[in-house]
Design a protein around this ligand. Structure first.
Ligand SMILES: [Zn+2]
Length: 304
């Protein structure tokens, strides 16, 4: 069975779980754009009991999104009502400084554009051209392997003012939820983060800290503690998933992203050739501008 076929089967299986979890109100495979961003309720854990073992390279971002759509906040460590009210856009783990962030302040018409780079080079250059021509800076969720494979693009990103999020070195799941291989040790997690940080420092002289984006969106309290211990205080989740990874057409991505626009939204796209996010980007940027939105990096959205 081909890796892609396994991937599709897994995505379907996860989709069934997610539908059950959510009463079918927001099927991960939905091609219908959301009218409003989802609530801050997609952070947590969902074990996939019968996940077949596949290599990280054999999967793509599909799992990240299906998993994320199916998560249940109730499984996260509890925060007090007062703490939650004080930080409505972030979830804090007791005793840790790290935050899971899926959006910025809703007080201004600003959104963040983020692009994950963990598979092929795909549309990366086209995306950078679009961003340059539009005068927009963005955040890139970068694996160390991608950075090492595309050093000149990493340097270009820095030269053009973009921002990095540590997306691990090998894109392996830290919890094992999506890969069925069990959780990585704290030491292995630290190594993944450090290898990426060192690669990007070596290539472009900048740091990924304090931003971490979990492969597959796989996250639990131990991951938050472990990444925080390595200097990654912000676990960068998202508000609006373009669904490009899921085969949505260029026109579909445009419509979805524009309909879901909201102050403080964090968009997630992928640079890889499996998604039409790159080709859709010019129209997404134009449309957001017409709606009055400023666009920038996640760092800028959180610290304007
Ligand atoms: Zn990824």
């Amino acid at each position: 069975m081909s890796a892609r076929r396994i991937m599709l089967m897994r995505a379907l299986a996860i989709g069934v779980l997610a539908t059950a979890c959510q009463g079918g109100s927001d099927v991960p495979d939905s091609r219908v754009p959301r009218a409003t961003p989802p609530p801050t309720a997609y952070i947590g854990t969902l074990a996939v009991a019968s996940a077949p073992s596949v290599t990280p390279d054999a999967v793509d971002a599909a799992y990240e999104m299906t998993r994320t759509a199916s998560m249940d906040l109730a499984e996260l460590p509890r925060v007090s009502a007062a703490a939650a009210a004080a930080t409505p856009r972030a979830v804090r783990v007791a005793g840790a400084r790290a935050r899971m962030v899926d959006r910025g302040p809703a007080t201004e018409p600003r959104v963040a554009l983020t692009f994950d780079a963990g598979a092929d080079r795909g549309y990366a250059e086209q995306i950078l051209d679009t961003l340059r021509d539009a005068g927009v800076r963005a955040s890139f969720g970068m694996t160390g392997q991608w950075a090492e494979a595309n050093p000149e693009l990493v340097r270009r990103m820095v030269a053009e003012g973009h921002h990095f999020i540590n997306h691990t070195y090998s894109h392996d799941s830290f919890t094992g939820f999506s890969t069925g291989r069990g959780p990585k040790s704290s030491e292995a997690r630290a190594r993944e983060l450090a290898m990426t940080e060192q690669a990007i420092q070596r290539i472009a002289g900048v740091s990924t800290k304090p931003y971490f984006r979990p492969p597959y969106g796989d996250i639990d309290a131990s991951v938050i503690e472990d990444v925080q211990a390595q200097g990654y205080d912000i676990v960068a989740m998202w508000t609006v998933d373009s669904q490009g990874w899921n085969g949505l057409s260029r026109a579909g991505i445009e419509a979805r992203c524009l309909r879901a626009a909201a102050p403080g939204a964090v968009y997630i796209f992928h640079v890889g050739s499996a998604a039409q996010d790159g080709p859709a980007l010019p129209a997404v940027i134009d449309g957001l501008r017409k709606q009055g939105y400023q666009m920038g990096t996640l760092d800028w959205l959180l610290h304007p």
